[in-house]
Design a protein. Structure first.
Length: 463
């Protein structure tokens, strides 16, 4: 065999390798050819290579190179094929050319894009300089599958969404035991020894265990912070402002055993048997509650007219009513009247029985009855309404009829309920009858927007 023929034979062997590699791609991806989709620069490179080969082999016949665009059609399996061809050519010198082609195809589930044209690389080992045999190496780039965003929120005590301490769907965590209350246990704090009646302005109780059945606020600027209160807070002597922050309030009181023997003596939620209690939880017309947990009260917080009150990032629950037949307590987590801002709290009126008479029980997580004043100018935004089958509803909107101020023209006006989440509960209603009642969307200034079930479905307003 002449040296010229041997050189041509070696080049042909390499081209066979390339053809085998393309065949693997075709078999793995069920390719389709579209010459028009190939970019012009690939054809230009092929022509330039042909001219260079022609000059190097002036007396050799030209080899036609066809450029094929391969577009994978997902889905498909990963295919790896390695082909090795060795050609020995003797032409004035001996040249060893080894062509190795590895093709790996992994179609992605994303949009199909053209696979880049293989870039030849020179790998032969040779003795004096001659026209080397080129070994194309084809390594198609893979389109990575996007990683879905995490469903939880970093820093939440539980990954379950729309529960206390769980992700709130807006980048934060709903309030719960893990993110409300003091920063140290009660055992690490000293007992408060001051007066339970606050008469000096700007009094601060910080990091104490406070055993006052009732803190009576009579001077403005009082602050209870990072403390444990075994009792409640009320306001008198007008409406002096006060603040409760980063604290834990247990309003429970000792009750005797039930008259019929159905319950033992012990601590139960504060709440007068005649439903007239005023010293449970936090009650007043000008207060702020921040990052605080309140338990064992027939009302954790009651904002009286004219307000204003701000309740934010707090957790109210543990409505453990004394289940005696004489107890007529109507419970709620929060009761509003006027100028209340209730923002990003977890509210749960949690009494579930026994229902020993026709009165005892939870009315709702949030109530607002026009018994003592028109219900108006309240903003309820971004809260979690925890489901309770023992409640009538989860929220009252202010337009309850048959009350002393129901017919007041300002009643149930400027009531704004936005971006709240309602748990469905075991009966898919949040409560016995539904998520909301007594909201009149036709009253002046009223807004109902962005309120959803815990599964993301919208919650409609209802009268």
């Amino acid at each position: 065999m002449t040296p010229k023929r041997a050189a041509i034979g070696a080049l042909a062997a390499v081209l066979i390798v390339v053809g085998a590699a393309v065949g693997v791609v075709n078999a793995a991806t069920k390719t389709w050819q579209n010459d028009a989709s190939c970019e012009g620069k690939h054809a230009a490179k092929a022509k330039a290579k042909a001219r260079a080969d022609a000059k190097a082999n002036a007396k050799s016949k030209g080899q036609r190179i066809k450029v094929v665009c391969v577009a994978p059609r997902p889905p498909g399996a990963t295919v790896t094929k390695t082909v090795t061809a060795t050609a020995t050519v003797t032409q004035w010198a001996t040249t060893m050319a080894t062509a190795t082609t590895t093709v790996t195809v992994t179609p992605s589930s994303g949009p199909t894009s053209p696979v880049p044209t293989p870039t030849p690389s020179q790998t032969p080992s040779e003795t004096p300089t001659q026209t080397p045999t080129q070994t194309p190496t084809q390594t198609p780039s893979q389109t990575p599958t996007p990683t879905p965003p995490p469903t939880g929120t970093a820093g939440c005590a539980t990954s379950t969404p729309n529960v206390p301490d769980g992700p709130d769907g807006r980048g934060g965590c709903f309030p719960g035991p893990a993110n409300t209350g003091p920063d140290a246990p009660a055992s690490a704090m000293a007992a408060y020894t001051g007066s339970c009646t606050i008469t000096a302005a700007n009094t601060v109780i910080d990091s104490k265990v406070v055993n006052c059945r009732t803190i009576n606020v009579r001077a403005s600027g009082f602050v209870l912070k990072n403390s444990y209160l075994n009792g409640g807070i009320v306001q008198s002597n007008g409406s002096p402002s006060f603040t409760v922050q980063d604290s834990f309030i247990d309003s429970g009181v000792q009750y005797p055993a039930c008259s019929d023997g159905s319950c033992p003596a012990g601590k139960y939620a504060c709440g007068d048997p005649n439903n007239a209690t005023t010293d449970c939880g936090v009650t007043g017309a000008n207060f702020t509650i921040l990052r605080t947990e309140i338990i064992n009260s027939n009302r954790a917080a009651y904002c009286e007219a004219p307000g204003p009150c701000l309740i934010q990032d707090s957790y109210f629950h543990g409505t453990n009513l004394w289940p005696d037949r004489s107890n007529m307590a109507h419970a709620s987590s929060v009761r509003e009247e006027q100028n209340t801002t209730l923002r990003h709290n977890s509210l749960h009126c949690s009494y579930t029985g026994p229902f020993v008479n026709g009165e005892i029980g939870c009315s709702a997580d949030l109530t607002g009855y026009p018994d003592f004043a028109p219900i108006k100018n309240n903003t309820v935004d971004g809260n979690l309404f925890v489901a309770s089958s023992g409640s009538a509803f989860c929220m009252y909107g202010g337009a309850t009829g048959g009350k002393p101020y129901s017919s007041d023209p300002t009643n149930a006006t400027n009531q704004k309920f936005t971006n709240n989440v309602f748990q469905r509960g075991s009966n898919n209603k949040c409560s016995s009858y539904g998520p909301v009642t007594s909201f009149d969307k036709n009253r002046s200034g009223n807004v109902w927007s962005g309120n959803i079930w815990s599964d993301g479905a919208p919650v409609a307003a209802a009268m």
